[in-house]
Design a protein around this ligand. Structure first.
Ligand code: NAG
Ligand code: NAG
Ligand code: NAG
Ligand code: NAG
Ligand code: NAG
Length: 355
């Protein structure tokens, strides 16, 4: 018996020694969370990249956006997956993830990128604003990320993730509206992966159905993974237009899952699994679409409305003044050149007053 426990101790020691050099992170380094002592403010202690450059997500606001005509529509290939090669749905303790077949690709990003996985980020039922990217400071309800790796340069996603131009992520903003049957192909199975580490096969489906309308309109920038280890290797494409899911669908996402294992005595709900927006100094976001101004006098700030109103008023006054002047000139020319002269100074004053 003592020999056996000695053996066990030796094995433990060996394991401990073996773990140390291969993972600079502490043994429980993968324990990162979104709140509490292991929350995002602490990520960079264990994962230095999280405190480094090119971090994501970011707020997409007018000051940093630049229209770029060279941003062509992306082409999604191998997206029409039949139901028989099934997808694997996993609860990894941070999100719910669908492993994607490698023959699914996205073209139009320079290199060829093959698919790796997709997953979601969301809020909670009391504060359902859990998208990672924000637009003009506003959160959407949730966000879908489809992750690819550069298959021209690297053999697989785990090899590519910390390499230059290793990854590309396509992001879909999700808002509450009408029900979206495509998303049920994931959401219907959430109950089967309630706890961390659980995995089920789900029927394959066309990932393209998850994308919004007009996918040719998107934001593009260079950023990072939004979860540890936060490698700054991601070419981001965030679609301009959100997709809608219903309140009931969002509720499933917000209430069905746990970050913890099934037998954990202190279960933690999987909610608010989004990273806060990061500093975006001296970077630009390219946009594939022209910022078409809103139709006049709708959805504009009071300041702009006032300026437009003033400009319109001024314009009308000028047009009126000119018309009156022309009319009077015509009248006066009918009446004769001599009388016309009398009117001129008065009219000149009127036009000057409004100019
Ligand atoms: C790692 O986690 C396990 C289980 O959660 C715990 O028993 C152990 O004490 C932790 N070790 C360290 C070094 O934090
Ligand atoms: C447009 O984007 C490409 C990369 O997609 C970049 O090389 C180019 O400099 C950008 N053009 C402008 C005018 O910003
Ligand atoms: C997708 O594949 C199915 C079966 O292979 C086929 O019937 C269907 O027409 C395809 N749809 C598209 C949009 O290519
Ligand atoms: C990427 O997808 C293409 C097309 O299906 C395939 O031919 C290629 O082998 C894939 N690359 C890798 C590295 O798996
Ligand atoms: C990824 O590719 C690297 C380099 O070829 C290889 O060592 C590693 O085993 C591969 N990983 C997976 C998960 O296939």
């Amino acid at each position: 018996m003592p020999l056996r426990s000695l053996h066990a101790a030796a094995v433990l020691l060996l394991v401990a020694l073996k773990e140390q050099p291969s993972s600079p992170a502490p043994l429980n380094g993968s324990k990162w969370t979104y709140i509490g002592p292991d929350g995002e403010k602490s990520w960079s202690k264990t994962y230095p990249s999280c405190g480094g450059l090119l971090q994501s997500p970011i707020d997409l606001h007018d000051d940093i956006l630049r229209y770029n005509a060279s941003l062509r529509p992306l082409a999604f290939q191998g997206y029409n997956q039949s139901a028989s090669p099934q997808f694997v749905l996993t609860n990894n303790g941070h999100s719910v993830k669908v492993k994607l077949p490698k023959d699914m690709q996205v073209r139009g990003l320079g290199a060829r990128y093959n698919a790796s996985q997709l997953h979601l980020h969301w809020g909670d039922k009391n504060d359902p604003h859990g998208s990672e990217h924000t637009v003009g400071g506003e959160h959407f309800a949730a966000e879908l990320h489809i992750v690819y790796y550069n298959s021209d340069r690297y053999p697989n996603d785990s090899f590519a993730k910390d390499k230059p131009e290793g990854l590309a992520v396509v992001a879909v903003l999700i808002e509450v509206g009408s029900s979206n049957p495509a998303y049920d192909k994931i959401f219907d199975h959430l109950k089967d992966v309630k706890y961390k580490g659980q995995e089920v096969f789900i029927p394959g489906f066309s990932i393209e159905e998850l994308l919004p309308e007009r996918p040719e309109e998107y934001y593009r920038y260079k950023g990072s993974l939004t979860t540890p280890p936060c490698y700054p290797t991601v070419l981001w494409t965030v679609f301009r237009n959100p997709v809608q899911i219903s309140q009931e669908q969002l509720m499933k996402l917000e209430t069905d899952l746990y970050c913890t294992h099934m037998d954990d005595p202190s279960p933690r709900e999987m909610v608010n699994n989004f990273r806060r927006v990061q500093k975006f100094d001296e970077r630009l976001v390219y946009v594939s679409f022209q910022q078409v101004p809103d139709p006049p006098c709708t959805g504009l700030s009071p300041g702009i409305v006032l300026s437009v109103a003033l400009a319109c008023g001024l314009g009308i006054c000028i047009v009126l003044a000119v018309s009156i002047w022309l009319l009077r000139r015509r009248k006066s020319s009918k009446k004769g050149a001599n009388k016309g002269v009398i009117y001129k100074p008065a009219i000149k004053q009127e036009t000057e007053a409004h100019a």
